[in-house]
Unconditional design. Sequence first.
Length: 245
Amino acid sequence: MRIAELFAPTDRVVLLHAHPDDETLSTGALILALRAAGNPVAVVTATRGEQGEPTPAFAALTPASFVAQRECELRRALDDLGVTERAWLGTPPARAAGRAPRRYLDSGMRWVTPTLAGPSAEAEPLALALASPDEAAADLATFVESFGADVLISYDELGGYGHPDHVACHRIAAAVSGVRFVQVASPGRHSEPGAVVVDEPEVAGRWRLALADYPSQFELLGDQVRHVGGQLQELSTATVLILGE
């Protein structure tokens, strides 16, 4: 299915993602297809990925330098994806009026199985997964309203591979009213009612440029990505979406 069959070219689209690189790995091809169709697109990133594990070339970075690296990678990737409207959740314009800016921190994770993540036992008090869903949803709603969004895209309730921050993003996005909520389907949900496959393979080259902007997080190997933990992920321009009303 093509983007034009799902969205009007005037639809303004906001994507909520948990950490830098998620927007490119999960929805980079989708974002490029939306931009090619003329849709205004904005990305809100919930955390700076403080608890992520770096690739060996970046292993010597201090915690502050690692965060700065991930912020820089996100800026470059969004540039390559053609996204000029971007925000950090908790920071204006993605902060509810009357509230001081805050950071939602990466909650961390642990591998329950080789492909399924679970909550970390040592999440910081300001971690996204421990934040008030009402507060976070109000922050996101503020951005959605200011952007004039028609569509909000984030994870389904399984969060892709179970990362607690992905699951939290689903809860946050689902609580925002007045906008169509579209979910990125987790593996195993691709044949559910309401699931559609969007694929515009002509964006593959540009997508690979954005993926290459994340050397601290993974390595490109032909048609695969190798993550820090050694997991291999097949690259496909197809994105499975669960459509909302």
